[in-house]
Design a protein around this ligand. Sequence first.
Ligand code: AMP
Length: 285
Amino acid sequence: MSGLRLIRTRRDLRAEIGAWKAAGLTVGVVPTMGALHEGHLSLVERARAETDRVIVTLFVNPRQFNSAADLAAYPRTEGEDFERLVPAGAHILYVPDPEEVYPPGFATTISVGGVTQGLCGAFRPGHFDGVATVVAKLLLQSQADRAYFGEKDYQQLLTVQRLVADLDLPTRIVPCPTLRDSDGLAMSSRNRRLSPQERDLAGALPRALFDAAGRIGAGEATSPVLASAREALLAAGFSRVEYLELRNAADLAPVETLEGGPARLLVAAFMGEVRLIDNVPVTMA
Ligand code: AMP
């Protein structure tokens, strides 16, 4: 028998966590939107190593989608997700319905400033309000001591860190490195939507990113490097590059050079209908 319990209501969740807390156990939470891959499982593994009990949440949060078509197309594989989490050693898979998260009359939005400006914040209006609101709820509901977030979604990670600091939430946010396929493409639930041919072409995204990061790190001027990386992506079959920007790694302020400390190169680009994001650190060689 597996030790993994499927829970769908706040009530059942609270009862289970209450018993853990009474026994003095620590709790780790891994918030996800499902369609789990090795990247998600690496977060679960880290949580298993650092906390006594691990909750994985699966909620495709309607409030963080700014397009109904994108929400409808998001992959949903709950049965498979459950099966993958059994050997990973998670204790609870929490899968609330939207009405459980946003009951009638729900009227609160949490809006984080600063790090949400630009990048995905500019192209997905309301996205980070949706993320901040649902993450605050999930952290409070899970009473987590630690919560695990991937660097893959770097702007989201910084947004959640800001949220927790500003609202004095008692959860430590643990950043986790990006897991990549053998050609460098960051693992993502959205990769499932790529055709085999698109999937092949998508390898150009990490190549362009790492190449540009290396050149900027070696001292080349940022603007021409980014212009040529954009061209490389379009030539490789990406239909649109939403952004490709160098930012300060700590506060996401736009930067031209590495003089202000560690930087991050972040990208969002479309391969066919599928919007892919990625980011890499940029440091002086
Ligand atoms: P998602 O289900 O896409 O909302 O992702 C859930 C969590 O897994 C987020 O904290 C993501 O940053 C993280 N994640 C997604 N893809 C990866 C990856 N390739 N490597 C590490 N973490 C990831």
